[in-house]
Design a protein. Structure first.
Length: 139
C-alpha cells in the first residue's frame, strides 16, 4: 500500500457496484472502473472508511448529478482523454480499506488537483445534505 493511499481526490481502479445492481441483489461490481475517493474517515481502531464515487463515460441522465471532468484533470488522474468523463456524485460505495475484498490495488492510478477535488467533494456534500445519495455498502 502506498504511503499516501487513500486520499481524497485519488482515482483508483475499483469494482464499483452501481445502486441498481445492489437493489437487484448483486454483491460484486461487474467490472473494474476508475473511481474517485471522496471521503476518508479513520475510526478509533485505525480503520479507513472510504466513500468512493464512480467515473463513467456514459453521459448522465437528466435526473442524475455528476461533475464533468476537464481534460487537464483527466490527464492528471491518468484517465482517457479521448472522450468526455463524469464523476457521478449522487451515488457512492462505502468500503473499509482494511477488510475490503473489492480493493485489490492499494495504490492510486492518479490524483485530481486540490481545486477539482474540492469541487467534487462540494457536489457530493450537496447530495448528502439533500439526502439524495444512493449508497451501496461493500463491507
Amino acid at each position: 500500500m502506498a504511503d499516501d493511499f487513500p486520499r481524497v481526490g485519488q482515482v483508483i481502479d475499483y469494482h464499483y457496484l452501481w445502486k441498481w445492481q445492489d437493489l437487484r441483489g448483486e454483491t460484486e461490481g461487474r467490472k473494474k472502473r476508475p473511481s474517485c475517493v471522496v471521503v476518508v474517515a479513520i475510526d478509533r481502531d485505525g480503520k479507513h472508511h472510504l466513500f468512493i464515487l464512480p467515473i463513467t463515460s456514459k453521459e448522465p441522465a437528466a435526473d442524475r448529478q455528476a461533475v464533468l471532468i476537464p481534460e487537464t484533470e483527466a490527464r492528471r488522474a491518468k484517465l482517457d482523454t479521448d472522450m468526455p468523463l463524469w464523476v457521478m456524485v449522487d451515488e457512492v460505495n462505502y468500503d473499509i480499506l482494511e477488510t475490503s475484498y473489492t480493493l485489490e490495488d492499494r495504490a492510486a492510478r492518479g490524483q485530481f488537483s486540490p481545486a477539482f477535488s474540492k469541487q467534487i467533494v462540494l457536489a457530493f456534500r450537496s447530495m448528502r445534505d439533500a439526502q439524495a445519495l444512493r449508497i451501496s455498502k461493500r463491507t
